[in-house]
Design a protein around this ligand. Sequence first.
Ligand code: SAM
Length: 281
Amino acid sequence: MSTATEKTAVDKAEEYYNSTPADEFYFKIWGGDHIHVGIYNHSKESIKDASPRIVQMMASKLKLNSNTNLLDLGSGYGGGARYLAKNFGCQVTCLNLCINQNDRNRDLNKKNDLDHLITVVEGNFEDIPFPENSFDIAWSQDAIVHSADRELVVQEVVRVLNDKGEFIFTDLMQTYDCPKSILKPVLDRIQLDSLGSFGFYVEKGRKLGVRKTEVQNLSEHLTTHYQRVMEETQDRYDEMVESCGKEYIDKMIEGLKHWVEAGKNNYLSWGIVHMNKSDIC
Ligand SMILES: C[S@@+](CC[C@H](N)C(=O)[O-])C[C@H]1O[C@@H](n2cnc3c(N)ncnc32)[C@H](O)[C@@H]1O
């Protein structure tokens, strides 16, 4: 039974990303713009080079222009938002729990002269602070994983999208046959209780009135990505220990090994889920 003092998934995500070691780790290892799985041309490619490809791939599935009103859920440092604003002129609203990341996001938007197109809002995607019919597109990269109620997130997105709205996202997920013993240390690395799956999102979309959901399975990149994150952390071990502390980095490397192993054994999934509220698209 839960108690009033028990931490929710939202509290845990906020505490996790707002901590200085986590902020330093993600900013330095991912390269300061994106914090998501990349699309790798080869197994030794840099995380920074692989990261933007998934943003481009997602954007290519949409019809974006300067009239597009887009909501980015769990927007991190805003790398995706800046790409969309710069290349398509979209009006982007970034919704994110983490104050440190939001500050970095606002600074980077100003430096890139994109702050007139991007608004950064502190908030929780389980309770989106906008009225219904506010957006044409909802977008999210590797963030819904942090929710303990992913159906509620999809429900909230469906509410704030207009009638022809589309929801496109990537998420870190599991396969249906992932054993509990493999899943446990995977979840522990980022303080989660569960993972979603492609099937879960397709079913919840249908239940919530979404007319069409397409998935693109890109799971092979998840394994390459966590292998690269692990190698980068090991190669820069002294620097990272200085920034984040030895305990944090040693625990992170252990946790990453579990992600790589689970990925290699095909127990984890990652890819694009694209929902259309209307079947005219
Ligand atoms: C792995 S990072 C991805 C960041 C960004 N989407 C990107 O790809 O660069 C996960 C993000 O989800 C955000 N997040 C987690 N739970 C959230 C919630 N309930 N509401 C809003 N943001 C949340 C975190 O603050 C973090 O920015």
